[in-house]
Design a protein around this ligand. Structure first.
Ligand code: GAL
Length: 389
């Protein structure tokens, strides 16, 4: 057991979740394959450690005491699956909901928090994603999420508590107090740059707009604002959205995927990969294992990056780091352009004569007295690490 709640998620959790690639069709074999692939692709080595089974792992009925039972798609049960994951040096996560049912209509955990928390601990669960679907029986969100937080705190096992309340009741204000280590701040992210208003989910840019507006005071070591799982390597082109209607998702371009990953790292977001890892492209694998980006995400200060300038097609965002800062230059337009700023206008410690700058995509390094300028392709994001002296 860790010494404190915060130690369990001192930096944003990194891992993989079944939902974006497998939706409600997930099976034990898919989880085995994902765990194996995390090892084989080098993703585990890069820091991705949680393997989380999302909705639909449970049978349609509980046992007579109200315990959750695995569906026939998990024939060896959840303790054996946890063992499989642990044997590969990874950690195991499960999903349930703070209501009568999950979003896909399976039995869930409201009113049975202690029973289910004990089951999860006995099975060897290390991470719980707790959704917001089903009948709430008149109980408010804080009360429902506190009940599971208390139940998890009472079991003799470290379990990261991932609150999935979609930001409806501003969980960044209470998520930490109910024992949460991360809390979804937004609706579901789909594999689009921007979603149409009348369709399900949000695009990357929609989520960024919301993240820029929410309170980041509680975000930091031990508790994280969560802009949802990554949509890198998902979408029709990758053959990974066979379970979603095609009009809901389209593949992100390489520039959009670079921007998506750069911004999630700049936000110090939990990074839960959503792709089918058995068919991950080289581009996506290299993106997800970029050590300069991961170091920005995992920086020990745990600061959430914020926008410094949004003017027309050019945005500059920055994030304070333990030894300096990270600065992102995002081109929202359709033409290649230069975007510039100065260290005094971003969240980088000032007062130095010189700064070292490192381009996180190319690893090129140079020095500056303070001016920063990057040429950026359409929809793309340049991101640099700036260190005084
Ligand atoms: C949604 C949640 C998704 C996924 C889905 C499963 O509420 O935001 O991330 O877990 O339910 O049904």
């Amino acid at each position: 057991m860790t010494d404190s709640h915060d130690d369990l998620a001192a930096t944003p959790p990194l891992g993989w979740n079944s939902w974006n690639a497998f939706s409600c069709e997930v099976t034990e074999a898919d989880i085995h394959a994902a765990a194996d692939a995390l090892v084989d692709t080098g993703l585990r080595e890069a820091g991705y450690e949680y393997v989380v089974v999302d909705d639909c792992w449970m049978a349609g009925e509980t046992d007579s005491e109200g315990r959750l039972l695995p569906s026939a798609d998990f024939p060896n049960g959840m303790a054996a699956l946890a063992d499989y994951v642990h044997e590969r040096g990874l950690k195991f996560g499960l999903y349930t909901s703070a209501g009568s049912h999950t979003c896909q209509g399976y039995p869930a955990s409201l009113g049975r928090e202690e029973l289910h928390a004990k089951q999860f601990a006995d099975w060897g669960v290390d991470y719980l994603k707790y959704d917001n679907c089903g009948d709430h029986r008149g109980r408010d969100a804080i009360d429902r999420y506190a009940a599971m937080g208390d139940a998890l705190a009472a079991v003799n096992r470290d379990i990261v508590y991932s609150i999935c309340e979609w930001g409806e009741h501003e969980p960044w204000r209470w998520g930490r107090n109910v024992g949460g280590h991360l809390w979804r701040a937004t609706d579901d992210l789909v594999a689009k740059w921007r979603a149409d208003r009348d369709e399900f989910g949000l695009g990357i840019a929609d989520v960024l707009d919301r993240m820029a507006a929410i309170d980041a005071a509680a975000h930091g070591p031990g508790g994280w604002n969560d802009p949802d799982m990554l949509q890198i390597g998902t979408g029709p082109e990758s053959g990974q959205s066979q379970h979603e209607p095609v009009d809901v998702q389209r593949p992100l371009t390489e520039a959009e995927r670079r921007s998506h990953f750069a911004f999630w790292c700049l936000l110090a977001a939990p990074l839960m990969i959503g792709a089918d890892l058995t068919s991950l492209s080289d581009f996506d694998r290299e993106l997800l294992t970029n050590e300069r980006l991961l170091a920005i995400d995992q920086d020990p200060l745990g600061v959430q990056g914020t926008p410094d300038r949004c003017d027309g097609d050019a945005e500059v965002w920055s994030k304070r780091l333990a030894d300096g800062g990270a600065v992102a230059f995002h081109n929202l337009g359709d033409a290649k352009r230069e975007i510039s700023t100065h260290v005094s206008a971003v969240d980088v410690p000032g007062g130095a004569d010189h700064y070292r700058v490192c381009d996180c995509w190319t690893s090129n390094e140079w020095e500056t007295g303070g001016s920063l300028a990057m040429t950026v392709e359409p929809r793309d994001t340049a991101i640099v690490r700036v260190t005084p002296g």
